[in-house]
Design a protein around this ligand. Structure first.
Ligand SMILES: [Zn+2]
Length: 222
């Protein structure tokens, strides 16, 4: 069996993460996008602009040089490419980025409200509030700069009046962050119908986050 190159396996993972967006109810039609980054190649791969998710295959993803922003492809990359480039250039630990307008999270963004740590699930997954950055235009580096200026330790930011950017150590982990942002936003919007919501205390947040991040799930093989 032929061994896949790093870029081939990145294409496969990023394609699968993109195709998961509609399956998870995080996007409709062509909105949203996922990218993944290979630092050893200095390249990212990103969804092409305006393509149906069901038709997306790994070879259709656009490969872009992160330092120069140049690409050599028949397909045009997502219009959100400049924001992905800005984040990879300025947060070198990132390996995957997801952008969506998922409904419940974007409802918080529409009101320019952060998602508070009012649930143990937020403490577990994010360890901090998911902040909402004020509205900015999509010109140049404005979105990237706003994400950097407003982020907490959580791997996601809401963009005021716009949507969600989430990231992680891979395209799959960025997808998980984006899905969890939507899940906790949905629960908190339902909770607001029932009564008032309030943040957990800092010591409670730290306890839940430590257990989830360090002791949840199975040990990795040594
Ligand atoms: Zn958008």
């Amino acid at each position: 069996m032929r061994i896949q190159s790093v870029m081939e396996s990145l294409r496969a993972e990023v394609c699968e993460a993109n195709r998961s967006l509609p399956r998870l109810g995080l996007v409709v039609m062509h909105s949203g996008n996922v990218s993944g980054y290979s630092p050893q190649d200095g390249k990212l791969v990103i969804k092409p602009s305006g393509i149906d998710y069901e038709q997306l295959t790994p070879d259709m993803l656009v490969e872009v040089d992160v330092a120069s922003g140049e690409y050599d492809s028949q397909m045009r990359p997502s219009v959100d490419l400049p924001h992905h480039l800005y984040l990879y250039r300025n947060m070198p630990e990132l390996r995957g980025i997801v952008h969506t307008h998922s409904n419940y999270a974007t409802a918080f963004a529409a009101c320019e409200q952060s998602i508070p740590v009012a649930l143990t699930a937020v403490a577990d997954e994010f360890g901090d509030q998911i902040p909402c950055a004020p509205y900015v235009s999509n010109e140049g580096d404005e979105i990237g700069k706003s994400i950097l200026a407003n982020k907490t330790s959580a791997p996601a930011v809401l963009l005021g009046r716009h949507g969600v950017f989430a990231w992680g150590s891979s395209a799959s982990s960025a997808l998980k962050s984006a899905a969890m942002v939507e899940d906790v936003a949905k629960t908190l919007i339902l909770a607001k119908q029932v009564g008032e919501i309030a943040e957990l205390r800092q010591d409670q947040i730290a306890l839940w986050n430590d257990r989830y991040q360090n002791r949840y799930g199975q040990r990795k093989a040594a």
